[in-house]
Design a protein. Structure first.
Length: 524
C-alpha cells in the first residue's frame, strides 16, 4: 500500500505544530572538519570576529573567519582529540590572559598557564590580549632612559622608557644577548621585564631562564614561552599576551619592558594560520594585513602622562634577517613602525666585535632625550668619531702613506672601538661607563696599546672603586659632570710638556706621571 503526498504533508504539519524556535540556540555549532589547527564550524550564527570559542575537553579557539555558511576558528592548543560533529559554543568574550605581580618570576605559556612546575598562579585580574593603543593626548614625551648596561648602545643609540627600539640582524649575532643584558641591568631600577620567546626550542628558553636566574633577574621578570613545538596559534598570540601583562604595570603607574624574541617567527606563524584559513596570500605568501599584525602590537608601547598614572611600557622587538638584507618585507615593515633600530652585523660579530653594532645604520629617533646629562657630556663626539674612523680605516687600506692627523685619528678610533667591546651578561653601570668613555674620548688612552685597552679598563675601574669611590657615587647621584668632579679627577704633572725634540723623559716621583725634563724641578 503506497503513501500519498497528502499524508506526508499532514505528518509534517503535525510535527511543526509543536516546534518552538526559541529553544534552538544560535550560539551552538558543530565541527564540520578539523585539521592543521583549524576547525570549520557550522551553526554559530551570532559569533563575533576574534571571539573566544569553547571546544570539548576545555580547549578554546578564536573565531577569525566569519563566512556565509560557516565559521573558521584557530584552536589554541592540542586539537588531536577533536572530531567531526563535536559541539562548539560561543563565550561572548574576547581572549584574556591573567596579569598581576603574581606572575613575576614565573614561566607561562601565552594563555597564562604555568610551565615551570612551581604550582598554580593565583591572580585576580585578567586583561584582553587585543587592546586599542593609548591615544596621543594621554601620552608624554620620552624623557628617561632604559639603561641597557651595554656601552655601545647607551652612548650612541640610547633607549628611552616608552620607546620602541628594534633589534635587527642575522642569526647568531647576539640579539638575544642584548635583551638579556638589558633585563639583567634593571636590577634595583624599578623596571619590570617581560621576555616573550616565540618559536624557539625548549632548550634555548631553558637557557634564558637559567641565565636570568643566575643573575638574580627572575625576581622582576616574566617569561612567556611559545616554543617551536607549540601550535602556530600560540606563537601568534604570544606577543599580545606578553604586552597585556606589561600593560598591567603601565596602568598601575609603574615601568615595564617587553622583549619580543622574535617577531619574524610570529609573522611566519601568522602566515601559516592565514594560508590554512584560506585567506588570499600576498607578497612572499604573507596575508595583506601582516603590517597591521605588528603595528597594533608595537603601538601599545607608550609613556603616559601624570594624569593617566605616569607609567610606561617599552618595547624591544627582534627581527631576524637573512644575509644582512634589511630591505626584505618584514624587516622594512617593522623598521617603519619603530622609533629606531639597533643593527647587529654578522661580519663585525665574526671579527670579534661584541656587541656587533653597526653604528652607520643604527639609529634612535629619541636621541639625547633618553640619555642622562653625564652620558651626553662624554659621548657627544663618540658616534661621529667612530663613523669617521671606519671611513678612514676603509680608505687607509689602499694608502701607502698617511699624514700625522689621519694616523692619530685612526689610532684613537681603534682604541675607542676596543673600549666599546664587552662580555655578555656583564652590564656596566652608568657611572663606570661615563668614567671610562671620558678617558677614551679625551685621549687618555692614546698611549695605551690597542691589545691592552681592555686590561687598562679593568684596572681603571678597580682604581675608581678603591681610590675614587666618591666620584662614581657622585656621578650616580647627580647624573651629570660638574667642575667639582673634574677637580677630583687625576691630573697630569704640572710641568708636563709633550716631547718636541727628543728630550729625555723621566718620572715624577709623587704621582708617577711622565713629564719632559726642564729647568725647573717637579713640584708634584
Amino acid at each position: 500500500m503506497g503513501i500519498s503526498t497528502k499524508e506526508i504533508s499532514e505528518v509534517i504539519k503535525e510535527r511543526l505544530k509543536d516546534f518552538d524556535a526559541s529553544l534552538v540556540s544560535a550560539d551552538v555549532g558543530r565541527i564540520v572538519a578539523v585539521g592543521d589547527g583549524i576547525a570549520q564550524i557550522y551553526g554559530l550564527q551570532n559569533a563575533m570576529a576574534g571571539e573566544l570559542l569553547e571546544f570539548p575537553h576545555e580547549v578554546y579557539g578564536l573565531a577569525l573567519n566569519l563566512e556565509a555558511d560557516q565559521v573558521r576558528s584557530v584552536i589554541l592548543g592540542d586539537f588531536g582529540h577533536l572530531h567531526e560533529g563535536d559541539e562548539v559554543k560561543t563565550t561572548g568574550r574576547l581572549l584574556e590572559v591573567p596579569v598581576g605581580d603574581e606572575l613575576l618570576g614565573r614561566i607561562v605559556n601565552p594563555l597564562g598557564i604555568p610551565l615551570d612546575d612551581k604550582g598554580p598562579i593565583k591572580t585576580s585580574k585578567t586583561l584582553p590580549v587585543e587592546r586599542i593603543a593609548p591615544g596621543v593626548i594621554t601620552r608624554k614625551r620620552v624623557d628617561s632612559p632604559v639603561q641597557t648596561g651595554i656601552k655601545a648602545i647607551d652612548t650612541m643609540i640610547p633607549i628611552g622608557r616608552g620607546q620602541r627600539e628594534l633589534i635587527i640582524g642575522d642569526r647568531f649575532t647576539g640579539k638575544t644577548t642584548v635583551l638579556l643584558d638589558t633585563i639583567i641591568n634593571q636590577k634595583g631600577k624599578n623596571l619590570f621585564c617581560i621576555y616573550v620567546a616565540i618559536g624557539q626550542n625548549a632548550a634555548s628558553i631553558a637557557r634564558v631562564a637559567a641565565t636570568l636566574e643566575e643573575n638574580g633577574a627572575m625576581d622582576y621578570t616574566i617569561i612567556v614561552a611559545a616554543a617551536a613545538s607549540d601550535p602556530a596559534s600560540l606563537q601568534y598570540i604570544a606577543p599580545y599576551a606578553g604586552c597585556a601583562m606589561g600593560e598591567y604595570f603601565l596602568e598601575s603607574g609603574k615601568e615595564a619592558l617587553c622583549c619580543y624574541d622574535d617577531l619574524t617567527k610570529q609573522a611566519w606563524a601568522y602566515r601559516e594560520l592565514s594560508l590554512n584559513l584560506r585567506r588570499p596570500p600576498g607578497r612572499e605568501a604573507y596575508p595583506g594585513d601582516v603590517f597591521y599584525l605588528h603595528s597594533r602590537l608595537l603601538e601599545r608601547a607608550a609613556k603616559m602622562n601624570e594624569a593617566h598614572g605616569g607609567g610606561s611600557l617599552t618595547a624591544l622587538p627582534v627581527i631576524e634577517t637573512q644575509a644582512n638584507d634589511v630591505s626584505a618585507f618584514i624587516p622594512t615593515n617593522v623598521i617603519s613602525i619603530t622609533d629606531g633600530q639597533i643593527y647587529l652585523q654578522s661580519d663585525l660579530f665574526n671579527a670579534g666585535q661584541r656587541p656587533a653594532l653597526n653604528v652607520g645604520i643604527s639609529v634612535s629617533r629619541v636621541g639625547g632625550d633618553a640619555q642622562t646629562k653625564a652620558m651626553r657630556q662624554v659621548a657627544g663626539k663618540l658616534r661621529l668619531d667612530l663613523a669617521q674612523y671606519r671611513e678612514l680605516a676603509a680608505f687607509a687600506q689602499f694608502a701607502s702613506d698617511l699624514d700625522t692627523a689621519t694616523r692619530n685619528q685612526l689610532e684613537r678610533g681603534a682604541r675607542l672601538t676596543e673600549l666599546l667591546k664587552q662580555d655578555k651578561y656583564q652590564p656596566v653601570p652608568l657611572a663606570e661607563q661615563v668614567a671610562v668613555l671620558y678617558a677614551g674620548t679625551q685621549g687618555h688612552l692614546d698611549k695605551v696599546a690597542v691589545t691592552r685597552v681592555r686590561e687598562w679598563e679593568a684596572g681603571f675601574v678597580r682604581f675608581l672603586k678603591s681610590e675614587r669611590r666618591g666620584v662614581l657615587q657622585e656621578i650616580d647621584k647627580q647624573k651629570a659632570l660638574d667642575d667639582s668632579l673634574f677637580a677630583r679627577s687625576p691630573r697630569r704633572c704640572r710641568w708636563w710638556r709633550p716631547p718636541a725634540c727628543g728630550v729625555r723623559r723621566r718620572r715624577c716621583r709623587p704621582r708617577g706621571l711622565t713629564r719632559t725634563r726642564c729647568s725647573k724641578s717637579c713640584r708634584r
